[in-house]
Design a protein around this ligand. Structure first.
Ligand code: ADP
Ligand code: MG
Length: 503
């Protein structure tokens, strides 16, 4: 039987253990939770669809593991429900593959995990959109430190190339591009500010990646002001200030994200001020992101905010509709999904605060529809939006959902929805046309009317232009038999049923 002594943090690599080791072996008394979770996640990623994996497990961690019980932490209440309903068994089985004596899996929400910088997170490259490419970074994307250590590695899915440009972020993007080609020259420091979820981190990381592509020998540090503060505090405690200074002062590019969180930490601020000056005087590039402009960083020392204003200051605003649609298209490509442009437009119209939220709604719509073997529809996205309490008012949604009394579609709704779905006019569907796409749409509508509204064949015949009940029967049987083989028709029918509130 395996035994675990918890709370003792020892990295298995210190014992020379390769990553995919049998953690149940009695010789491994100490288990590093992150290491174990990385192994489990690697395996799980081969068991469940990749988009599901990214959406629901990206910020998961082991909170505790002891005596047959494993407690897994998830960032969002929504993920808790979803993982519990859909992946509990898969997850437990996968855990047991590595730790056979685990009998119980307990899922918990831990709000702290929303923060990407939470030290409990495992390396996020496992959750990149491309399961094969994502795991190993190309050499140049590694962030090297002076002593040959590697620090927080840049996420190479963030590039300047896949950042969609609109009038609201054009200046910041151009400045980033210029900096990546000629660091330490014209725009130093580069200071980017804007509300949360508008792409600051993406641009910062993209600039780091771009610079390393052009100058692979350069040293880059990407960090947040909080991580910087922690590093400083730790170095002080261990009397390693010299190493700390060496580390930060030898870089060619220092990227500090979310500088606003440095306020109130006076000593860290001072250390940062000196680091800044040393780099600046040596002609090294500094990029800083913040949620507000330098002038409004009231708690920071004026000497520091004054330095921030010496170079280039750009803001990022929430993008207008066209840019939002373009961003969604970019994300659809990234996640290799196929989604009706109408649905993308609908999402873009209804998200008004951040791109992170825009992406979140899209991902959830993809995840839900994949589980139900249908494609996302305006209706299914509308449900996703309604779950976010902010969206009490939906633009361009279906009247059915907004009115809870009429939850089930009427026959007119049904004909309209089916016609709309297949892009034909509903009066043609009930008319005499024998054109193939119209006849097919009619058959689907008849099938659904029989199956979901339980109308008699006679009644269906009447509704569709006074046709004979045997015509209705043939039509319905035709769809039934095609459904046995035709996967894409099955998806269409499922999507339609969802659209009309039948499932
Ligand atoms: P911030 O750091 O400003 O809070 P992030 O950089 O984390 O925001 O962006 C949130 C999400 O939105 C990321 O997934 C990012 O890729 C995406 N995003 C934001 N703006 C764009 C854009 N213009 N093009 C493509 N993706 C974007
Ligand atoms: Mg950020």
């Amino acid at each position: 039987m395996a035994r675990f002594e918890l709370g003792v943090k020892k990295n298995l690599r210190q014992y020379g253990v390769p990553l995919l080791k049998d953690f149940s072996s009695p010789s491994f008394l100490y288990v590093d939770k992150k290491e174990l979770w990385t192994t489990i996640m690697l395996r799980l990623s081969t068991v469940i669809p990749h988009s599901q994996f990214i959406t629901w497990f990206r910020r998961s961690v082991i909170i505790d593991i002891d005596k047959g019980l494993i407690i897994v932490g998830l960032a969002l209440p929504m993920a808790l429900e979803w993982v519990n309903n859909h992946f509990r068994d898969h997850l437990l089985k996968t855990i047991q593959e590595f730790v056979p004596d685990i009998q119980e899996l307990n899922l918990q929400v831990d709000a702290g995990l929303v923060n990407d910088d939470d030290p409990r997170h495992i390396a996020q490259d496992l959750f990149s959109q491309n399961p094969n490419k994502g795991r190993k970074k190309p050499r140049e994307a590694q962030v090297m430190l002076a002593e040959g250590l590697t620090t927080k590695i840049l996420d190479n899915s963030y590039t300047l190339g896949n950042f969609v440009i609109g009038s609201e972020n054009r200046l910041a993007h151009a400045a980033c591009l210029a900096v990546s080609g000629a660091p330490g020259r014209n725009y130093n420091p580069l200071f980017i500010y804007g509300n949360t979820g508008l792409g600051k981190t993406h641009q910062l990381q993209g600039t780091g990646n771009e610079l390393l592509k052009k100058f692979p020998e350069n040293l880059v540090i990407y960090t947040t002001s909080e991580a910087f503060a922690n590093d400083y505090i730790e170095s002080m405690g261990k009397r390693r200030m010299e190493q700390f200074n060496n580390r930060y002062r030898k870089v060619d590019l220092l990227i500090i994200d979310d500088i606003q969180f440095i306020s109130g930490k006076n000593k860290t601020e001072e250390v940062f001020f000196h680091t800044f000056n040393a780099l600046y005087d040596a002609g090294k590039q500094i990029i800083i992101a913040s949620d507000r402009p330098p002038k409004e960083l009231n708690e920071l020392d004026k000497r520091l905010t004054g330095r921030f204003e010496m170079g280039m200051v750009c803001d990022i605003q929430f993008p207008e509709l066209e840019t939002r649609i373009a961003i969604l298209q970019e994300k659809v490509r990234k996640y290799e999904a196929i989604i009706d442009p109408k649905v993308l437009e609908f999402i873009a119209m209804n998200v008004h605060h951040s791109i992170r939220e825009l992406e979140g709604v899209l991902l959830q719509a993809i995840a839900e529809s994949e589980l139900e073997h249908s494609t996302p529809t305006v209706r299914s996205v509308e449900r996703v939006l309604l779950k976010h309490s902010r969206h009490s008012k939906i633009i361009g949604g279906s009247p059915l959902l907004n009115d809870p009394k009429s939850n089930i579609a009427s026959e007119e709704d049904l004909i309209d929805t089916v016609s709309n779905y297949f892009n034909v006019a509903s009066d043609q569907v009930i008319g005499p046309s024998r054109k193939q796409e119209i006849a097919f749409t009619r058959q689907v509508a008849m099938y659904l009317m029989k199956r979901e509204l339980n109308y008699s064949l006679e009644h269906i015949g009447e509704i569709f232009g006074g046709r004979n009940h045997t015509t209705a029967m043939h039509s319905i049987n035709n769809i039934k038999s095609r459904l046995r083989e035709d996967l894409s028709l099955r998806r269409d029918i499922n999507a339609l049923k969802k659209e009309m509130g039948f499932v």
